[in-house]
Design a protein around this ligand. Structure first.
Ligand SMILES: Cc1cc2nc3c(=O)[nH]c(=O)nc-3n(C[C@H](O)[C@H](O)[C@H](O)COP(=O)(O)OP(=O)(O)OC[C@H]3O[C@@H](n4cnc5c(N)ncnc54)[C@H](O)[C@@H]3O)c2cc1C
Length: 316
């Protein structure tokens, strides 16, 4: 059977550790314990960044979905392959073909053991089981004026459901726009956990003009007092950081202290997205009506993995 997998045990951990802005760190036993913790506490979203595709005909797909009495499980069919992410695979484990389960065990040995044993695995057993890692942090990284995007992995089979995982660092307002793209999975830095150790801000080169024709848009030219206003923006950020630190140093909760930080603050997130949704993102966010900062990201992504026009299948 032709089976393709994207991800590793470490991918689950990376997408969980981004909450702490520690997604680059590895420590095998801690990582394995974290997977056990995530599974046992139903912190499920980090598992979504791992994808399984296997050759099947439409009847096999229909037979599989007809056995699933759970409307939250998503199993897709595209280009002669069944696609599902690891979270969905865990939820339909017994219904998957034996060969698929065997491959899952090889690729995700730690996760597999934890799932098979429903989380009841001792530290000694965890110590003995193999652990798979990503070959690199990112395969390719491109900068934009407000951040960067890295290609973590891709699973390209020439279908509308080919999958891509990116790691993105961008200002909050860009992330807000990005996460409106719901068809895909996200895991992001949490300002409930992370304090001053990850505290960066985007400062635009100048303050752009508001467009006259389009209420949402801007004109890429500086306003006359851009320099003066920009130095006040910097002063505001510096004052906000000072107050933020004071709240934290006084024993205040990070989850409240973050309220004083401006939207120019950067965040980091993992985004795993199927091609049809990625193409939709590229179409909408490279359009001149999109905000300049997110447009730059969409152009960098297009440069990295291309655009295939699969989103044109949708009328609406
Ligand atoms: C220039 C611009 C301005 C915008 N302004 C605003 C704004 O002012 N306020 C605001 O809230 N948003 C705004 N948006 C966001 C916009 O409304 C969409 O939410 C966003 O672009 C994501 O698009 P999408 O829904 O096609 O993508 P996704 O959410 O990724 O969905 C991908 C595809 O899956 C299907 N799909 C997903 N969910 C559903 C569903 N529940 N029902 C049916 N089909 C579904 C659709 O075919 C969709 O195209 C703006 C976007 C742009 C590009």
């Amino acid at each position: 059977m032709e089976i393709h997998l994207m991800g590793s045990d470490q991918r689950v951990v990376r997408c969980a550790r981004v909450s702490f802005a520690r997604d680059e760190k590895t420590d095998e036993l801690r990582d394995k314990r974290l997977i056990r913790y995530l599974f046992s506490h139903k912190h499920a979203s980090p598992f979504e960044h791992n994808v399984i595709a296997y050759r099947a005909d439409k009847d096999e797909w229909l037979s599989l979905i007809s056995q699933i009495d759970n409307p939250s499980v998503q199993v897709y069919y595209s280009g002669g392959y069944i696609f599902l992410n690891l979270r969905n695979a865990v939820n339909v484990w017994e219904k998957l073909p034996d060969e698929v389960r065997k491959k899952l065990k090889e690729r995700f040995p730690t996760t597999h053991l934890i799932v098979e044993r429903r989380g009841r695995v001792s530290d000694e057993e965890l110590f003995g089981v193999p652990y798979t890692r990503d070959a690199s942090f990112v395969k390719e990284k491109l900068e934009t004026s407000s951040g960067w995007v890295g290609l973590v992995d891709k699973l390209e089979l020439g279908t509308d459901m080919d999958y891509y995982t990116f790691v993105v660092e961008c200002p909050l307002f860009v992330a807000r726009q990005w996460m409106r793209h719901r068809f895909g999975s996200y895991n992001e830095v949490s300002k409930r956990y992370v304090g001053t150790e990850f505290l960066e801000f985007y400062i635009p080169p100048y303050i752009r003009k508001q467009a006259k024709t389009n209420k949402q848009a801007s004109v890429d030219e500086p306003i006359t007092n851009s320099k003066e206003l920009l130095s006040r923006v910097k002063e505001l950020i510096s004052n906000a950081v000072e107050l933020y630190e004071e709240i934290i140093n006084s024993g205040g909760a990070k989850e409240l202290a973050r309220g004083v930080l401006p939207q120019f603050m950067k965040t980091r997130f993992y985004w795993t997205v199927p091609r049809i949704s990625l193409d939709n993102f590229i179409t909408l966010r490279t359009h001149e009506g999109a905000q300049k900062e997110i447009r730059e990201f969409a152009l960098r992504i297009k440069e990295m993995v291309g655009y295939r026009g699969t989103d044109k299948k949708n009328l609406l």
